[in-house]
Design a protein around this ligand. Structure first.
Ligand SMILES: *Cc1c(COP(=O)(O)O)cnc(C)c1O
Length: 395
């Protein structure tokens, strides 16, 4: 690696460079193989270098990549149909990332307010939430570190503690210009905090009573991560707006905002758009991802694998005195420590060849691919436990 780095200093990077991957494994420049328990942050849910994904990328790349949204795009229509079928929504808009998908949702919330004649519409958001890095989505996110230095933030957000239904009820009881609630069914960056089905149902009920849009950020939880297509489906509710991205392209950038009811018809030509959004390549890959999840029963694999992951983590990790909580939902798990544990991720990578991520300083986050086998899940827990012992010995 050269001495001078011309990249902006946005990320804290580990000094490892991967050159190839297959399934749950990545290979670095020295030929060393790593077990990937983070999947590029919930992106490569079908594993690395999936042969059918690689094949459709090659076929579509040699046929047609881009025409612009001035013309009709067959794969975009097909992906919209597929996503509406699995989510219960009625229309889709495509973009290239989770933040853009949430920007789209937030613009729908503003249009919802404009219809009611609100001058200062507001969206209720949660503590510890993460919705992206653009101005509106960082303003919506409940991470003070992400706000520092970026004032003035986008106005129009009201923050409540995650899971606190009384705080939402209190707002509903006052005169307000709230138009929507935006939340994750499981907070990923926030430390794997799982919303209870009761909380989700109560939020749905308040939104219905008040005429607020319920907007679910399923960027991390969507497409099977929790063992169902979407996290909200565990509560048997239907949101008004859903955002997706990450796993939809298995590594090809693609995001989407889905809506039902009136909100699905708010945008008119000229209101919104994206040059790259919904291009034939990204949408064809999205269709292939959904096909593979269905054909290979990966929802079941994720829900059964998630139970195994939880059980292995409990048996291997809960006896450490420094572990204060183990939270999980499907193939999302968070192991919270009593102190910052970034060093544990270094030890996992260097000594155990296990790739994990630490979020909120004290929580190890695991997001294994949905294709993970029992053996791989057991190995994740074993390697993490061994690395934890090494870490504690060093302290
Ligand atoms: C990753 C993430 C985002 C942002 O997605 P980008 O593609 O990085 O813009 C938004 N919401 C949630 C819940 C996420 O996990």
């Amino acid at each position: 690696m050269s001495e001078i780095n011309h990249l902006m200093n946005v990320y804290k990077r580990r000094n490892i460079r991967f050159v190839s991957g297959r399934g749950n494994y990545l290979v670095d420049t020295f030929g060393r193989e790593y077990l990937d328990a983070i999947s590029g942050v919930a992106v490569t849910s079908l594993g690395h270098s999936h042969p059918e994904i690689a094949a459709v990328i090659a076929i579509q790349a040699s046929r047609l990549l881009h025409t612009s949204n001035m013309f009709s795009i067959e794969w975009q229509e097909r992906l919209a149909e597929q996503l509406c079928r699995i989510s219960g929504m009625s229309r889709a808009f495509f973009c290239n990332s989770g933040a853009e998908a949430n920007e789209t949702a937030l613009k729908l919330a503003r249009l919802h307010g404009a219809r009611k004649g609100f001058q200062a519409p507001e969206v209720i958001v949660m503590d510890k939430s993460f919705h992206g890095r653009t101005f509106a989505t960082l303003s919506a996110s409940g991470n003070p570190a992400g706000h520092a230095g970026f004032a003035p933030l986008v106005p129009g957000f009201r923050r409540v503690p995650f899971g606190d239904i009384d705080a939402i009820r209190k707002i509903a009881g006052q005169a307000c210009q709230v138009t929507a609630v935006l939340m994750e069914p499981v907070q990923g960056e926030g430390g794997v905090n799982v919303a209870s089905p009761d909380f989700l149902r109560s939020v749905r009920q308040i939104c219905t009573e008040q005429g607020w849009l319920l907007m679910m950020d399923e960027v991390q939880t969507g497409l099977g991560r929790t063992g169902k297509w979407f996290g909200f489906q565990h509560a048997d509710i239907l949101p008004d707006v859903i955002t997706v991205a990450k796993a939809l392209g298995n590594g090809i950038p693609v995001g989407g905002c889905l809506a039902s009811g009136e909100a699905a018809g708010y945008f008119m030509p000229g209101n919104h758009g994206s040059t790259f959004g919904g291009n034939p390549l990204a949408c064809r890959v999205g269709c292939q991802v959904i096909d593979i999840i269905e054909r290979d029963n990966l929802l079941m694999n994720a829900s059964e694998g998630g139970i195994l992951l939880r059980d292995y983590l409990r048996s291997q990790m809960q006896d450490f005195e420094c572990v204060t909580a183990i939270r999980s939902h499907g193939m999302m798990a968070g192991i919270e420590f009593s102190r910052p544990c970034e060093e544990l991720a270094d030890i996992c990578a260097s000594q155990e060849k296990l790739l994990i991520n630490v979020t909120r300083e004290k929580t190890v986050r695991l997001l294994p691919a949905l294709i993970s086998t029992e053996n791989e899940i057991a190995m994740i827990a074993q390697r993490l436990a061994r690395a934890t012992r090494t870490w504690l010995r060093k302290e």
